[in-house]
Design a protein. Structure first.
Length: 143
């Protein structure tokens, strides 16, 4: 996104370019003969059409070359996207396997789920970030 000031500048420059193109078209409306060397034929057209056509051909050639030059980046981005999706699927599969193995282990041993040693510390850290998550205390607030 352009800043508001840059939008105004770009629009003014575009209008100036458009004005120059219109003035050139009006002042150069006389026909010119364009000979295409290997061919025996010649084209007769207004000069402004020749200039606009050559500008358009140059822009199209630049766009085509830019697109062709970016093929390596597009290929690498597509490969990275596929690798990321493959990694996400692998993570989901491993999480499922881990939870199933953990549940099977707990069922085989008959032990309740162990309490994390650091659960109180993690609870306090979460309360620092989000105080509303802190459990209510039985102590009266200090006056």
């Amino acid at each position: 996104m352009l800043a508001p000031g840059m939008k105004i500048v770009s629009r003014v420059l575009f209008l100036l370019f458009l004005l120059i193109c219109v003035l050139m078209a009006i002042s150069n409306a006389q026909p010119v003969q364009v000979g295409l060397w290997p061919l025996p034929h010649a084209l007769v057209m207004p000069l402004y059409l020749l200039v606009v056509g050559l500008l358009l051909a140059g822009v199209l050639a630049g766009v085509a070359l830019g697109w062709w030059a970016g093929r390596h980046h597009r290929k690498r981005a597509k490969s990275a996207t596929a690798d990321a999706a493959r990694g996400e699927r692998e993570i989901a599969r491993l999480k499922t396997e881990l939870s199933a193995a953990h549940a099977a282990h707990l069922a085989a041993t008959g032990a309740p789920e162990p309490q994390r040693r650091d659960s109180k510390a993690l609870e306090r850290q979460g309360a620092i970030v989000q105080p509303e998550l802190l459990p209510p205390t039985s102590r009266a607030p200090a006056a």
